[in-house]
Write a protein that binds this ligand. Structure first.
Ligand SMILES: [Zn+2]
Length: 184
């Protein structure tokens, strides 16, 4: 009988482990993506949509950041601390932007990367707003605002792409493999 409380405790621990793995997989963003006519992880052709159209296909916070150059509150993105292996895409158009290999812990409060997937996956603009001279980073496909790049990053590039997590989509490497298997 002595082992019963231990057994009970083990069942509790096992149960809580399985609950923590049941992450919600349907978000508002996922359902909007399905109806977004230009969303694609493979089409790199530039996209243009009216502001009215963008409003229909983005969450209000995504619209504020992507189309109105807003900034999400620091430390609020689920991707800020995430160490999962996979690819980050533009949440507005699906363009591949950054690989998790290039992600690093910058401590600035936003997901940070030292390089984009390719030179064409992002574009840089001079940003003179708020009394500062900064380099804005926008999506290379839809021109949506992503964040800024600074020159205080780690090797090999010395750059820190400081990106708003709300305009990022993430696909785990394993999930991508599974999708590929299902399509075979
Ligand atoms: Zn985009």
């Amino acid at each position: 009988m002595k082992s019963l409380p231990i057994l009970f405790l083990m069942i509790l621990i096992l149960n809580s482990c399985s609950y923590s793995q049941n992450k919600p997989n349907t978000t508002m963003n996922d359902s909007l993506k399905k109806t977004n006519p230009i969303y694609s992880n493979v089409d790199s052709a530039p996209v243009k949509m009216s502001e009215e159209e963008w409003k229909k296909h983005l969450t209000p916070e995504q619209y504020r950041v992507s189309r109105q150059k807003g900034t999400e509150r620091p430390w609020t993105s689920i991707y800020e601390k995430s160490t999962d292996i996979g690819t980050f895409y533009c949440a507005a158009c699906g363009n591949p932007l950054f690989k998790s290999d290039a992600k690093f812990e910058s401590g600035c409060g936003w997901p940070s990367f030292y390089e984009p997937i390719s030179t064409t996956s992002i574009k840089k603009n001079v940003d003179n707003s708020h009394g500062m001279i900064r380099t804005e980073v926008v999506c290379g496909r839809c021109d949506g605002h992503l964040g800024h790049v600074f020159d205080d990053g780690p090797p090999p590039t010395g750059l820190r792409f400081c990106i708003n997590g709300v305009v990022l989509d993430f696909e785990k490497a394993k999930a991508a493999e599974k999708n590929y298997e299902n399509k075979k």
